[in-house]
Design a protein around this ligand. Structure first.
Ligand SMILES: *Cc1c(COP(=O)(O)O)cnc(C)c1O
Length: 369
């Protein structure tokens, strides 16, 4: 089959997928058929393996919608009326968690950090010691706003030390960064189909500690996003989703999981991402585009760049130039400075990075005072 793409996405989901992942969508499947439900069951089992979790202690649930639907499902289905959720805020995606909790009137509080710094365990410990009402802690792993990779293991120690529930949005890291979910003590980890596992958009997934999920029965504030109910249907009906599932997306995701294994699993994928990211940072910095996050805190997924001094900034024009030449990039998401972002997940290889740096060199020559 001919791939009709005329450009690659340097955006962290949707991202560039393989022709074989797209090809898996060329069959129309019935949601009642066992062969289709077997695909769902195999995805659920594979997700647990990627998380280093065993089927006795953990389970996995797939949820229709984009990644945010998965986060909203957890934050509105898990806390009871008496629970208080602490959100560690250092970017737009943790801000979004707070907004979800506000809208559904779930009891919560927040602890803010600079957007270019990771939440530190000592501050979280100090906050918790003066806020005994907190029962759950929620944070983002890879902050796609900035490119920062937060230290979930250090925070996990504090959270688990106090016996609290730990919720992690690992949307743009799961599958591309190795996460030992049981060792860190994560109770709920959320990601979606169109990020590091390299599927297409259409559903999110949650890996949950069974005991914590079981306790949440009846807590959901929404019918469609009821995590407990969704899980019960999937468990009891052998992989059947509660309501119409995105059948084509599920098939593509399954193919993407097979291809992740073929690449050599998370370790190999992480190496490719980290290599491309280091090459990108070095090449862009040599051209005068400084990265927002310090090298030792930079995650391998996405990088936020400042423009060089004297650069005539016109993002739409720069975006158009790059797209014409084969690559799509993201605008910045910071409020305090003009930036842009380059993702390097998906079917992106060192040759692509070399090419994008060359395009920036050409563009800069034309737009630098
Ligand atoms: C992509 C992403 C989400 C979900 O975004 P959607 O647009 O709803 O898919 C949530 N958190 C993080 C950190 C993300 O990168």
């Amino acid at each position: 089959m001919q791939d009709r793409n005329t450009y690659k996405l340097l955006t962290p989901g949707p991202l560039t997928t393989t022709p074989s992942v797209k090809e898996a969508m060329l069959i129309d499947r019935c949601t009642w058929d066992q062969d289709y439900n077997d695909i769902t069951q195999d995805i659920r089992a594979r997700l647990l393996r990627l998380a280093h979790a065993d089927n006795g202690e953990y389970t996995s649930v797939l949820m229709q919608g984009s990644g945010t639907f998965g986060v909203e499902s957890v934050l509105t289905s898990i806390p009871s009326k008496d629970d208080v959720v602490l959100v560690l805020v250092n970017g737009a995606y943790s801000e979004r968690m707070v907004k979800i909790l506000q809208l559904q009137e779930v009891k919560h509080c927040r602890l803010d950090f600079a957007w270019d710094k990771m939440p530190d365990a000592a501050s979280v410990e100090a906050f918790l010691s003066t806020h005994p009402e907190v029962t759950m802690v929620s944070m983002v792993h890879s902050e796609t706003t900035s490119g920062l990779l937060n230290d979930i293991a250090a925070i996990g120690k504090v959270v688990k030390g106090r016996g609290l529930t730990f919720i992690v949005d690992a949307m743009s890291s799961f599958g591309g960064v190795d996460i030992d979910v049981p060792a860190i003590g994560i109770d709920f980890i959320i990601s979606s189909a169109n990020k590091c596992i390299q599927g297409v958009p259409g559903f999110s997934f949650i890996i949950a500690r069974r005991e914590a999920l079981l306790k949440s029965e009846g807590n959901a504030r929404s019918l469609s996003l009821d995590l407990f109910d969704q899980w019960q249907t999937m468990e009891k009906a052998g992989g059947k989703w509660r309501y119409t599932s995105p059948t084509h997306v599920v098939a593509a995701f399954h193919q993407a999981m097979v291809e992740l294994d073929a690449e050599g699993g998370i370790k190999a994928r992480h190496e490719r991402y980290a290599k491309c990211n280091a090459q990108l940072r070095a090449g862009m910095e040599a051209l005068g585009f400084k990265a927002y996050i310090a090298a030792h805190d930079q995650g391998p997924i996405i990088t936020t760049f400042f423009y060089p001094e004297g650069f005539k900034v016109n993002f739409p024009e720069m975006h158009a130039f790059l797209k014409e030449n084969g690559y799509v990039i993201y605008p910045g998401k910071l409020t305090e400075a003009e930036t842009f972002r380059l993702g390097n997940i998906g079917e992106i290889y060192p040759a692509d990075i070399e090419r994008i740096i060359e395009l920036f060199r050409i563009y800069k020559e034309q737009h630098h005072a």
